[in-house]
Write a protein that binds this ligand. Sequence first.
Ligand code: SF4
Ligand code: SF4
Length: 293
Amino acid sequence: MESKKSKRREGQPLKDHIVEFCREHGADLVGFAPVERWDEYGEVPPEFRPRFLFPEARTVIVMGIEIPLPIVETTPSVLHMELYNTANRKLDALAYDLTRHLNRMGYPSFFFGRDVYANLKALREKTLAAFSHVMAAKYAGLGTVGVSHCLLTPEFGPRVRLVSVFTGAVLPPDPMVEGDLCIKCELCALCCPQQCLTMRGDRVIGDYDKNACLDMAEELTRRRSYPCGVCIKVCPVGKDRLLYKRRGIRKKYLREREALSADPDDPDYRSWNHIRSYGLATGEGEKGGKETQ
Ligand code: SF4
Ligand code: SF4
């Protein structure tokens, strides 16, 4: 055990190099999880763990990029859809570049793309992705899982997209976040347009009606203004709220649907509505599905 630990410590210069590489290529967050954490915590079924998927894996490097809050606030909108697609392309490119960089350095590596499902029908048939970036990010010390099943990070709350690179390099792990970042404020559950989330008394992570969330995702995909992301928009966790001066607006989020059905021109929501009303044919984009990570 001791020799394993000292081997990991010896990997610090390589870890520093990888962090610099990831930052230079656009990652906002980078975390390192030793593959043993999946076995230690036992929360993920064995065939979904890194060593089952890539036996050479010793460390999983998780990268995250910010999804800027003011754009998420306009959901559902073409602007939000374009951000989502851009973030996904960027993440896949990041993971691909890091994988090839590590391979060139002699460390066998493999990446798992940020979504890896062909369409929403596939998610109805199999509700789990072949690998969870959310759990990888938790084990890499980037955050904790909230009521909404999203990863909450200190920096951006749930407004972050993730990708993972498995590598044969033995690298120093990052400490996991202690406690829960989710404050169980219930806002994600109250604002979900499909009532997909139900709070639990015995644990932080809520019950989640995946089929109801998929109904919304299908509707928004048809309207070309996916994903929904309301649960991501309203979560109060994240320092990004300070930057954008978006503290204490719980009531604004809670009354949005009612206010807009009473007055589509309500001044509190005028800018979001303006953005929503362009780029789509008339009548589209009025509703707010979780895409998995
Ligand atoms: S909105 Fe509140 S309850 Fe939901 S994940 Fe965020 S902090 Fe937790
Ligand atoms: S993505 Fe939308 S529909 Fe799905 S859980 Fe979040 S708020 Fe509800």
